[in-house]
Design a protein around this ligand. Structure first.
Ligand code: F6R
Length: 609
């Protein structure tokens, strides 16, 4: 999704803005631009569709100089990706430059009002409407103008503004979309995402909704919607700058796959002891009275929720409903007494998940969040006390890997802890799970040793244009994630089916040249899975089975290829089995020449619905 950066200080702004935009490029974008206030007071704008390289070439031909500026990477929503629609946009006088993330929902109305008043807009973006409005409303103070502008805008937005008439100041305002700022020795920085600031500072100021900030080279001042100054503390980010870099790996995705053992370890060691479940944001009485859990999330986080359904039902004996957040938020869900709602999000900024959480809270449902990003909108909406953090560190690759594994891990921990509180989980079983969780990082490291075998398998299967994923129980949740990973990075057609469903239709698609990846980690349904494999192979499709060591002898005769993962507790085996699926997607994408870290059409952190 779109990214915003801003800089004010003594150094040439263009280089710093470009560096910031590069660090945000993982979010996915289709055009980029910067605006710099030049010595003579003019606002110089350079922008182009395509990747940042094109913008850099443009800046070589048409350089800009100045120490104040704003920049943007755009992921098209209103209007196609083009030079004219790229940000920054300027007002009619060309003296006010604006970049913007989010969507202005009453854009049509605002645009027609402006056009009726004689404005001529060049492109199709809602951002140009903001710039035009600002130009017409400006009366000498951009801070006052932004306070007024907020009253007109509907939707979610993060806006940064540079005004030719007010040198030495950058402005920004937000509602719903994130903005963070930092100050360091005569320089201030602005960004839509923490990784873009880490190079400059780890002490960041997180803007709240409807706050406006003014950045100068002396600091960052924050105002509430009534224009009152709000003194604000900075927040120290635990993530290091290195953690947001590739560190010698060919891609962020591969690096993040390899970071999973440490991410699992950190998430487990956060002090969340299964036998002492006080860390749960629900007390014993609430836990005992619970009648239902609802989980809402998007994409990979949703798949972690599907996996959680099995863990919560087995360990805590709770009925669970899992839903994609975009569906939940619009279907008028019936709130139940003693229901627990759980929103899951890596970024903490996904618009649909945030809206689902708000909907649940509005309906009076006790709500908690699972999140990877401290201070994010979802963590704030749930409240810090109701947020459980995964410790995956910054996830830069668009395809989520380490966030998924830690979400799944945390869900198993929550399920066991709730089971303890509700008296549905014997202490002995909780101890077994705790020991297995403790061993999980080591087992994940062993699983990563399958990498070369997986790469070779991908060479062998690279001709397959259709790949199916299947499994039963927790392995069905695993199959859904395996299929998503493969389609998003390799663009192969891939779909997941519950193994029991294959016969009810999808089997019609099975034929020679098609591959079925089967997760077989759950002993209680192993025999059923083996019967399904026979049906698949009878249709001449090939099978790649992923199973733990203890099942390998039994599975081997029923599969064409096999990846054997280390033995672990049955409720954690699908987590280990996700690792080969991630590597499979990664190598398939590489062999097919795809842009692994920034797959086409996709964006990290989907801040629009
Ligand atoms: C897939 C992927 C997306 C995200 C989804 C939710 O690999 O990354 O499907 O999982 O956009 O994002 P978060 O977890 O940030 O809410």
């Amino acid at each position: 999704m779109c990214g915003i950066v801003g800089y004010i200080g003594q150094r040439p702004a263009a280089d710093i803005l470009l560096h910031g935009l590069e660090s945000l490029s993982y979010r996915g974008y289709d055009s980029a631009g910067i605006a710099v206030r030049e010595e003579n007071g003019t606002v110089a704008v350079r922008k182009s569709s395509g990747k940042l390289e094109r913008l850099k070439q443009l800046l070589k031909v048409q350089p800009v100089s100045g120490c104040e500026g704003i920049g943007h990477t755009r992921w098209a929503t209103h209007g196609e990706p083009s030079d004219v629609n790229a940000h920054p946009h300027t007002d009619e006088s060309g003296r006010i430059a604006v970049v913007h993330n989010g969507i202005i929902e009453n854009y049509d109305l605002l645009r027609s009002r402006l056009e009726a008043a004689g404005a001529v807009l060049k492109g199709q973006t809602d951002t140009e409407v903001i710039a035009c409005l600002l130009g017409r409303m400006y009366g000498g103070s951009m801070l006052d103008t932004l306070l007024e502008l907020q009253k007109l805008l509907q939707g979610r937005y993060a806006i940064a503004v540079m005004c030719g008439q007010e040198p030495g100041r950058l402005f920004c305002v937000k509602s719903g979309s994130p903005l963070v700022a930092a100050h360091r020795e005569g320089e201030s920085f602005l960004a839509s995402d923490i990784p873009a600031l880490l190079f400059h500072s780890r002490d960041v100021l997180i803007l709240k909704d409807r706050e406006t900030a003014v950045l100068t080279n002396e600091g960052v001042q924050v105002y509430d919607e009534n224009g009152r100054l709000c003194p604000r503390e900075t927040f120290h980010v635990a993530w290091s700058q290195e953690s947001a870099e590739k560190n010698g790996y060919a891609h962020y995705m591969l690096k993040e796959i390899h970071e999973q053992p440490i991410a699992l370890e950190k998430t487990f060691e956060r002090g969340n002891d299964l036998l002492r479940p006080e860390w749960l944001p629900v007390d014993r009485e609430t836990a005992r009275n619970l009648k239902k859990v609802t989980i809402a999330a998007c994409g990979t986080a949703y798949h972690a929720g599907v996996l959680a359904k099995y863990a919560l039902e087995t360990l805590a004996r709770l009925p669970v409903e899992v839903e994609t957040a975009g569906e939940y938020r619009y279907r008028q869900p019936v709130a139940q007494k003693n229901e627990l709602f759980i929103a899951v999000s890596q970024s903490g900024e996904t618009a649909d998940t945030l809206a689902a959480l708000e909907e649940a809270r509005k309906n009076g449902v006790r709500s908690i969040a699972i999140c990877n990003t401290v201070g994010s909108s979802i963590a704030r909406a749930a409240g810090e006390a109701n947020t459980l953090y995964t410790c995956a560190g910054p996830e830069i690759a668009v395809a989520s890997t380490k966030a998924y594994l830690t979400q799944a891990e945390l869900f198993v921990m929550i399920s066991a802890a709730l089971g303890m509180l509700r008296g549905t989980l014997p202490v002995q079983r909780a101890l077994e799970i705790r020991n297995a969780l403790n061993e999980l990082p080591k087992k994940a490291r062993q699983t990563l040793l399958l990498q070369e075998q997986i790469r070779q398998l991908c060479e062998r299967f690279s001709h397959c244009e259709h790949v199916f994923f299947t499994g039963r129980g927790m392995d069905y949740a695993l199959a859904m994630e395996g299929a998503l990973k493969l389609k998003e990075v390799s663009y192969l057609f891939s779909e997941a089916y519950a193994a029991g469903e294959l016969k009810h239709g999808p089997i019609a698609l099975l034929q020679s040249g098609r591959l079925v990846v089967a997760g077989i980690t759950q002993p209680h349904v192993m025999e059923k899975m083996l019967a399904n494999l026979q049906e698949i192979r009878a249709r001449k499709a090939q099978v790649l089975a992923i199973c733990p060591e203890k099942m390998a002898d039994r599975v081997k005769p029923h599969t064409d290829e096999m990846l054997v993962i280390p033995d672990t507790d049955d409720c954690l085996a699908p987590l280990l089995a996700a690792v080969p699926m991630q590597l499979f997607a990664y190598f398939m994408a590489r062999i097919r020449g795809c842009d692994v870290d920034q797959p086409r059409n996709l964006a990290k952190s989907v801040t629009v619905e």
